[in-house]
Write a protein that binds this ligand. Structure first.
Ligand SMILES: [Zn+2]
Length: 132
């Protein structure tokens, strides 16, 4: 499972709009885009089926982290549009407003995971902190 898929799955687990179900005989997560509430589907292992993408509420380009409460699932169209609206040149009040809105929405949807989330990098990425 790639880190991105792990993070997507972690969002689905902690987002009340996402439910585990079966689609064409396989286990999937079905839920809603953080922006437009369109229907999004992930495989059970977090792989997007269709246009689900990982959304950083506080953008990575502005120092946003991979903490699960900073992450959401958005459809590709919304994610792209947010990226264009909130690039580095336009940061400031408007970005703060959108971040606050999304944080509130994420908090409304939040549910505690039934078991601790496993997000450690054990395989594919190397952002270990032991070399500084
Ligand atoms: Zn959307």
């Amino acid at each position: 499972m790639s880190r991105r898929h792990k993070l997507l799955r972690a969002v689905a687990v902690t987002d009340t709009t996402f439910a585990r179900t079966t689609l064409d005989g396989r286990a999937v997560w079905v839920g809603k885009c953080i922006h437009c509430n369109s229907r999004l589907v992930l495989a059970d292992d977090g792989r997007p089926l269709g246009e689900a993408t990982l959304e950083h509420i506080f953008p990575q380009t502005q120092g946003g982290t991979d903490d699960v409460d900073n992450l959401a699932i958005a459809c590709a169209r919304c994610n792209r549009e947010k990226g264009q609206r909130h690039d580095a040149r336009k940061k400031g009040e408007r970005l703060d407003h959108v971040v606050a809105l999304l944080k509130a929405r994420r908090a409304e949807r939040w549910r505690d995971p039934p078991e601790p989330l496993e997000l450690d990098d054990d395989d594919d990425d190397d952002d270990d902190d032991d070399d500084d």
